[in-house]
Design a protein. Structure first.
Length: 316
Protein backbone atom coordinates (compact mmCIF):
# COMPACT_ATOMS: atom_id res chain seq x y z
CA UNK A 1 0.00 0.00 0.00
CA UNK A 2 1.35 3.43 -0.93
CA UNK A 3 1.57 6.05 1.77
CA UNK A 4 0.99 9.78 1.64
CA UNK A 5 4.25 11.27 2.84
CA UNK A 6 4.75 14.96 3.41
CA UNK A 7 7.29 15.04 0.60
CA UNK A 8 4.88 13.42 -1.87
CA UNK A 9 2.09 15.75 -0.80
CA UNK A 10 4.27 18.82 -1.29
CA UNK A 11 5.42 17.59 -4.69
CA UNK A 12 1.89 16.91 -5.82
CA UNK A 13 0.70 20.24 -4.50
CA UNK A 14 3.48 22.02 -6.34
CA UNK A 15 2.69 20.19 -9.58
CA UNK A 16 -1.03 20.96 -9.29
CA UNK A 17 -1.01 24.19 -7.35
CA UNK A 18 -4.09 25.63 -8.96
CA UNK A 19 -6.33 22.57 -8.66
CA UNK A 20 -7.99 23.69 -5.45
CA UNK A 21 -8.33 27.31 -6.43
CA UNK A 22 -11.97 26.99 -7.45
CA UNK A 23 -14.89 25.49 -5.50
CA UNK A 24 -15.78 21.92 -6.39
CA UNK A 25 -18.86 21.16 -8.41
CA UNK A 26 -21.53 18.84 -7.10
CA UNK A 27 -23.38 16.35 -9.32
CA UNK A 28 -23.40 16.45 -13.16
CA UNK A 29 -24.50 19.83 -14.47
CA UNK A 30 -27.39 20.26 -16.88
CA UNK A 31 -25.00 22.01 -19.24
CA UNK A 32 -22.92 18.90 -19.93
CA UNK A 33 -23.51 15.19 -20.48
CA UNK A 34 -19.94 13.93 -20.18
CA UNK A 35 -18.95 12.20 -16.94
CA UNK A 36 -15.91 12.34 -14.68
CA UNK A 37 -14.38 8.87 -14.86
CA UNK A 38 -12.22 6.91 -12.45
CA UNK A 39 -9.69 4.73 -14.26
CA UNK A 40 -7.42 3.36 -11.58
CA UNK A 41 -4.31 2.54 -13.56
CA UNK A 42 -4.24 6.01 -15.09
CA UNK A 43 -3.58 7.61 -11.68
CA UNK A 44 -1.73 4.84 -9.87
CA UNK A 45 -4.77 3.52 -8.00
CA UNK A 46 -4.95 -0.23 -7.33
CA UNK A 47 -8.01 -2.06 -6.01
CA UNK A 48 -8.85 -5.74 -5.64
CA UNK A 49 -12.10 -5.87 -7.60
CA UNK A 50 -14.62 -4.09 -9.80
CA UNK A 51 -16.90 -3.66 -6.81
CA UNK A 52 -14.13 -2.02 -4.81
CA UNK A 53 -13.40 0.34 -7.69
CA UNK A 54 -17.08 1.33 -7.87
CA UNK A 55 -17.06 2.02 -4.12
CA UNK A 56 -13.92 4.15 -4.43
CA UNK A 57 -15.43 6.10 -7.32
CA UNK A 58 -18.59 6.77 -5.34
CA UNK A 59 -16.64 7.81 -2.24
CA UNK A 60 -14.77 10.50 -4.15
CA UNK A 61 -17.54 11.78 -6.40
CA UNK A 62 -16.65 10.23 -9.74
CA UNK A 63 -19.59 9.64 -12.06
CA UNK A 64 -18.29 6.75 -14.16
CA UNK A 65 -15.83 3.92 -13.68
CA UNK A 66 -13.64 1.78 -15.90
CA UNK A 67 -14.87 -1.70 -16.77
CA UNK A 68 -12.51 -4.56 -15.98
CA UNK A 69 -13.28 -6.91 -18.84
CA UNK A 70 -11.49 -10.07 -17.78
CA UNK A 71 -13.07 -9.87 -14.32
CA UNK A 72 -16.56 -9.17 -15.65
CA UNK A 73 -16.33 -12.13 -18.04
CA UNK A 74 -15.99 -14.46 -15.05
CA UNK A 75 -19.03 -13.17 -13.15
CA UNK A 76 -22.28 -15.09 -13.00
CA UNK A 77 -25.55 -13.51 -14.07
CA UNK A 78 -26.45 -13.00 -10.42
CA UNK A 79 -23.15 -11.31 -9.68
CA UNK A 80 -23.57 -8.99 -12.65
CA UNK A 81 -27.08 -8.09 -11.52
CA UNK A 82 -25.77 -7.28 -8.05
CA UNK A 83 -22.98 -5.14 -9.50
CA UNK A 84 -25.38 -3.25 -11.77
CA UNK A 85 -27.74 -2.65 -8.86
CA UNK A 86 -24.89 -1.36 -6.72
CA UNK A 87 -23.77 1.03 -9.46
CA UNK A 88 -27.30 2.29 -10.01
CA UNK A 89 -27.77 2.96 -6.30
CA UNK A 90 -24.53 4.96 -6.29
CA UNK A 91 -25.29 6.88 -9.48
CA UNK A 92 -22.24 5.42 -11.23
CA UNK A 93 -22.23 4.47 -14.92
CA UNK A 94 -19.67 2.62 -17.01
CA UNK A 95 -16.72 4.38 -18.56
CA UNK A 96 -14.70 2.38 -21.12
CA UNK A 97 -12.93 -0.94 -20.87
CA UNK A 98 -9.38 -1.47 -22.08
CA UNK A 99 -8.37 -3.78 -24.94
CA UNK A 100 -6.57 -6.94 -23.76
CA UNK A 101 -5.47 -7.98 -27.27
CA UNK A 102 -1.86 -7.29 -28.30
CA UNK A 103 -2.17 -5.96 -31.85
CA UNK A 104 1.10 -3.99 -31.87
CA UNK A 105 3.66 -6.80 -32.16
CA UNK A 106 3.86 -10.09 -34.08
CA UNK A 107 1.03 -12.05 -35.65
CA UNK A 108 1.25 -14.93 -33.16
CA UNK A 109 0.59 -12.61 -30.20
CA UNK A 110 -2.32 -11.02 -32.02
CA UNK A 111 -3.86 -14.35 -33.05
CA UNK A 112 -3.50 -15.72 -29.53
CA UNK A 113 -5.14 -12.64 -28.03
CA UNK A 114 -8.05 -12.80 -30.45
CA UNK A 115 -8.82 -16.39 -29.43
CA UNK A 116 -9.39 -15.25 -25.84
CA UNK A 117 -11.19 -12.02 -26.72
CA UNK A 118 -14.78 -13.03 -27.62
CA UNK A 119 -15.67 -14.23 -24.09
CA UNK A 120 -14.32 -10.97 -22.65
CA UNK A 121 -16.36 -8.92 -25.10
CA UNK A 122 -19.43 -11.00 -24.25
CA UNK A 123 -18.84 -10.43 -20.53
CA UNK A 124 -18.61 -6.70 -21.06
CA UNK A 125 -21.85 -6.75 -23.02
CA UNK A 126 -23.67 -8.76 -20.33
CA UNK A 127 -22.61 -6.16 -17.78
CA UNK A 128 -23.94 -3.31 -19.94
CA UNK A 129 -20.56 -1.91 -21.03
CA UNK A 130 -20.79 -0.17 -24.41
CA UNK A 131 -17.31 1.36 -24.84
CA UNK A 132 -13.81 -0.10 -25.20
CA UNK A 133 -10.64 1.82 -26.00
CA UNK A 134 -7.00 1.47 -26.94
CA UNK A 135 -4.16 3.54 -28.39
CA UNK A 136 -2.07 3.39 -31.55
CA UNK A 137 1.74 3.59 -31.49
CA UNK A 138 2.79 6.67 -33.51
CA UNK A 139 5.91 5.22 -35.17
CA UNK A 140 7.64 1.98 -36.11
CA UNK A 141 11.24 0.89 -36.29
CA UNK A 142 10.61 -1.75 -38.93
CA UNK A 143 7.66 -1.09 -41.25
CA UNK A 144 6.61 1.87 -43.38
CA UNK A 145 3.51 4.00 -42.89
CA UNK A 146 1.56 2.15 -45.59
CA UNK A 147 2.55 -1.30 -44.33
CA UNK A 148 1.64 -0.28 -40.79
CA UNK A 149 -1.65 1.23 -41.93
CA UNK A 150 -2.69 -1.98 -43.69
CA UNK A 151 -1.69 -4.11 -40.69
CA UNK A 152 -3.57 -1.91 -38.21
CA UNK A 153 -6.67 -1.79 -40.38
CA UNK A 154 -6.74 -5.58 -40.78
CA UNK A 155 -6.12 -6.40 -37.13
CA UNK A 156 -8.30 -3.69 -35.64
CA UNK A 157 -11.12 -4.62 -38.02
CA UNK A 158 -11.13 -8.08 -36.45
CA UNK A 159 -11.29 -6.56 -32.96
CA UNK A 160 -14.02 -4.13 -34.01
CA UNK A 161 -16.11 -6.92 -35.55
CA UNK A 162 -16.13 -8.90 -32.30
CA UNK A 163 -17.10 -5.76 -30.41
CA UNK A 164 -19.82 -4.86 -32.89
CA UNK A 165 -21.33 -8.32 -32.46
CA UNK A 166 -21.62 -7.47 -28.76
CA UNK A 167 -22.97 -3.94 -29.14
CA UNK A 168 -19.73 -2.26 -28.06
CA UNK A 169 -18.12 0.84 -29.60
CA UNK A 170 -14.35 0.80 -30.16
CA UNK A 171 -12.27 3.92 -29.47
CA UNK A 172 -8.81 4.50 -30.96
CA UNK A 173 -6.41 7.09 -29.54
CA UNK A 174 -3.84 8.76 -31.74
CA UNK A 175 -0.58 9.60 -29.98
CA UNK A 176 0.59 13.04 -31.05
CA UNK A 177 3.61 13.45 -28.78
CA UNK A 178 6.33 14.81 -31.04
CA UNK A 179 9.18 13.06 -29.23
CA UNK A 180 7.32 9.74 -29.57
CA UNK A 181 6.65 10.24 -33.28
CA UNK A 182 10.35 10.96 -33.85
CA UNK A 183 11.59 8.08 -31.68
CA UNK A 184 11.51 5.47 -34.48
CA UNK A 185 12.40 5.46 -38.17
CA UNK A 186 8.91 5.40 -39.67
CA UNK A 187 6.23 7.82 -38.38
CA UNK A 188 2.66 6.50 -38.18
CA UNK A 189 -0.82 7.84 -37.35
CA UNK A 190 -0.44 10.74 -34.90
CA UNK A 191 -3.09 13.32 -35.81
CA UNK A 192 -6.88 13.49 -35.88
CA UNK A 193 -6.94 13.60 -39.69
CA UNK A 194 -4.82 10.46 -40.00
CA UNK A 195 -6.96 8.64 -37.43
CA UNK A 196 -10.05 9.54 -39.46
CA UNK A 197 -8.44 7.73 -42.39
CA UNK A 198 -7.70 4.64 -40.30
CA UNK A 199 -11.22 4.54 -38.85
CA UNK A 200 -12.69 4.83 -42.35
CA UNK A 201 -10.47 2.01 -43.59
CA UNK A 202 -11.54 -0.28 -40.72
CA UNK A 203 -15.08 0.42 -41.88
CA UNK A 204 -17.15 -1.50 -39.32
CA UNK A 205 -19.24 1.48 -38.23
CA UNK A 206 -18.58 1.12 -34.49
CA UNK A 207 -15.07 2.62 -34.38
CA UNK A 208 -14.40 6.17 -33.18
CA UNK A 209 -11.91 8.33 -31.33
CA UNK A 210 -10.34 8.39 -27.95
CA UNK A 211 -9.51 12.09 -27.73
CA UNK A 212 -6.71 13.03 -25.34
CA UNK A 213 -6.14 16.73 -24.69
CA UNK A 214 -2.39 16.06 -24.49
CA UNK A 215 -2.18 14.43 -27.92
CA UNK A 216 -4.68 16.90 -29.39
CA UNK A 217 -2.34 19.70 -28.26
CA UNK A 218 0.84 17.91 -29.31
CA UNK A 219 -0.59 17.18 -32.78
CA UNK A 220 -1.47 20.88 -33.24
CA UNK A 221 -5.12 19.93 -33.61
CA UNK A 222 -7.67 22.57 -32.62
CA UNK A 223 -11.15 23.06 -31.23
CA UNK A 224 -12.31 23.50 -34.82
CA UNK A 225 -11.07 19.98 -35.56
CA UNK A 226 -13.16 18.61 -32.70
CA UNK A 227 -16.19 20.42 -34.09
CA UNK A 228 -15.89 18.37 -37.29
CA UNK A 229 -16.87 15.31 -35.23
CA UNK A 230 -20.21 14.10 -33.90
CA UNK A 231 -20.93 12.68 -30.46
CA UNK A 232 -21.08 9.23 -32.05
CA UNK A 233 -17.52 9.69 -33.33
CA UNK A 234 -16.02 10.00 -29.82
CA UNK A 235 -15.89 6.92 -27.61
CA UNK A 236 -13.79 8.18 -24.70
CA UNK A 237 -11.80 11.24 -23.60
CA UNK A 238 -8.57 11.77 -21.64
CA UNK A 239 -7.88 15.11 -19.99
CA UNK A 240 -4.39 16.20 -19.01
CA UNK A 241 -2.11 19.20 -18.71
CA UNK A 242 1.57 19.64 -19.58
CA UNK A 243 4.60 20.72 -17.55
CA UNK A 244 5.32 24.44 -17.79
CA UNK A 245 8.57 25.87 -19.07
CA UNK A 246 9.27 23.16 -21.65
CA UNK A 247 8.90 23.54 -25.42
CA UNK A 248 6.16 21.45 -27.01
CA UNK A 249 8.61 19.44 -29.12
CA UNK A 250 10.62 18.54 -26.01
CA UNK A 251 7.71 17.26 -23.92
CA UNK A 252 7.78 13.58 -22.96
CA UNK A 253 4.65 11.46 -23.14
CA UNK A 254 5.04 9.95 -19.67
CA UNK A 255 5.56 13.24 -17.83
CA UNK A 256 2.28 15.10 -17.71
CA UNK A 257 0.20 16.99 -15.16
CA UNK A 258 -3.33 16.75 -13.85
CA UNK A 259 -5.97 18.79 -15.71
CA UNK A 260 -5.67 22.57 -15.20
CA UNK A 261 -2.46 22.22 -13.16
CA UNK A 262 -0.40 24.58 -15.35
CA UNK A 263 -2.71 25.93 -18.04
CA UNK A 264 -0.29 24.97 -20.81
CA UNK A 265 -3.06 22.97 -22.52
CA UNK A 266 -6.29 24.87 -23.17
CA UNK A 267 -8.75 22.67 -21.29
CA UNK A 268 -11.57 25.16 -21.83
CA UNK A 269 -11.32 25.08 -25.61
CA UNK A 270 -11.02 21.28 -25.60
CA UNK A 271 -13.95 20.58 -23.27
CA UNK A 272 -16.25 23.23 -24.68
CA UNK A 273 -15.75 21.90 -28.20
CA UNK A 274 -16.64 18.41 -26.94
CA UNK A 275 -19.67 19.84 -25.18
CA UNK A 276 -20.82 21.58 -28.36
CA UNK A 277 -20.93 18.28 -30.23
CA UNK A 278 -22.95 16.77 -27.37
CA UNK A 279 -20.29 14.36 -26.13
CA UNK A 280 -21.90 12.16 -23.50
CA UNK A 281 -19.14 9.74 -22.52
CA UNK A 282 -16.42 9.40 -19.89
CA UNK A 283 -13.57 11.83 -19.27
CA UNK A 284 -10.62 10.47 -17.33
CA UNK A 285 -7.36 12.01 -16.15
CA UNK A 286 -4.25 10.17 -17.38
CA UNK A 287 -1.32 12.33 -16.27
CA UNK A 288 1.44 9.72 -15.92
CA UNK A 289 2.50 11.82 -12.95
CA UNK A 290 4.91 10.23 -10.46
CA UNK A 291 4.00 12.37 -7.44
CA UNK A 292 0.37 11.41 -8.03
CA UNK A 293 1.21 7.74 -8.56
CA UNK A 294 3.19 7.70 -5.31
CA UNK A 295 0.09 8.59 -3.30
CA UNK A 296 -2.24 6.14 -1.60
CA UNK A 297 -5.58 5.47 -3.31
CA UNK A 298 -7.67 8.01 -1.40
CA UNK A 299 -5.42 11.06 -1.79
CA UNK A 300 -4.76 10.15 -5.43
CA UNK A 301 -8.50 10.01 -6.08
CA UNK A 302 -9.07 13.23 -4.15
CA UNK A 303 -6.45 15.12 -6.18
CA UNK A 304 -7.80 13.73 -9.45
CA UNK A 305 -11.45 14.51 -8.83
CA UNK A 306 -10.51 18.02 -7.73
CA UNK A 307 -8.65 18.55 -10.99
CA UNK A 308 -11.51 17.17 -13.08
CA UNK A 309 -14.06 19.33 -11.26
CA UNK A 310 -11.97 22.41 -11.81
CA UNK A 311 -11.74 21.60 -15.52
CA UNK A 312 -15.47 20.86 -15.80
CA UNK A 313 -16.21 24.24 -14.24
CA UNK A 314 -14.86 25.74 -17.49
CA UNK A 315 -17.69 24.24 -19.52
CA UNK A 316 -20.09 27.01 -20.59
Amino acid sequence: MKTLTRRNFVRLAAASATVAALPLLAQPSAKRKMTMALVGGAIGVNVRSQTALVALAHQHGFESVEARGEELAKLSSGQIEALQSDMQSKGIVWAAAGLPVDFRTDEDHFTSGMKDFPPIAAGLSRAGVTRLSTWVTPSSATITYLQNFKQHARRLRQVATVLKDNGIRFGLEYVGTKTSVASRKYPFVHTMAEMKDLIAEIGTGNVGFVLDSWHWWQADDTAADILTLKNSDVVSVDLNDAPAGLAKDQQLDNRRELPCATGVIDASAFLNALNKIGYDGPVRAEPFNKPLNDLDNDPACAATIAALKKAFALIQ
